[in-house]
Write a protein that binds this ligand. Structure first.
Ligand code: NI
Length: 173
């Protein structure tokens, strides 16, 4: 289970919508192993395939790593099928180290996805797990969390983003 390098904003792969997974083969299993290893190593609570340079619709989530309630969720071809409520909470991203912002997300979601063998299942989630599902599904659609901010919050976040060292290369172009 090799840990892979995590791509950083503004890598263009992060803005590209991913392709659906069609073959549920050993290559997919290896990708999921690597995603999990990379997420736990970071450490983070979720990681999407484009963050390791693979533009496929796959993500892993564990909102309690290292704790008794730890559970690895593997989402292949996930879609948000229902959501309820709004909840504000701090959000960050392994591809944008240094940026944490308060962001509204649904308080409850239902996600339809497939497992490693292609079997469909649904996941109902609330709180941090719901937030992580939304964040990772956004990654698979090429959306980064700060793009979900609105108004003054977005302006301030973009200003902070420009000041981060990782964004300096883009600003200089
Ligand atoms: Ni992220």
């Amino acid at each position: 289970m090799p840990v892979r390098p995590i791509l950083l904003y503004p890598d263009p792969i992060l803005r590209r919508p991913t392709a659906e997974v069609e073959s549920f083969d050993s290559g997919l299993a290896a990708l999921v192993d690597d995603l999990a290893a990379t997420m736990y190593d970071a450490p983070g609570v979720g990681l999407a395939a484009p963050q390791v340079g693979v533009s496929r619709r796959v993500a892993v989530i564990d909102v309690a790593p290292g704790r008794p309630e730890s559970r690895l969720h593997v989402l292949v071809n996930p879609r948000l099928v229902a959501s309820r409520g709004r909840e504000s909470g701090d959000e960050g991203c392994l591809s944008i180290p240094g940026l944490t912002e308060k962001l509204d997300r649904p308080a409850w979601v239902r996600v339809a996805a497939q497992d490693l063998e292609g079997r469909p299942f649904e996941l109902e989630a609330e709180g941090l797990l719901a937030r992580a599902c939304c964040h990772e599904i956004d990654h698979l659609d090429g959306i980064l969390f700060f793009e979900r901010l609105t108004g003054l919050r977005k302006e301030l976040a973009l200003r902070r983003l420009r000041r981060l060292p990782l964004a300096a290369a883009e600003a200089a172009r």
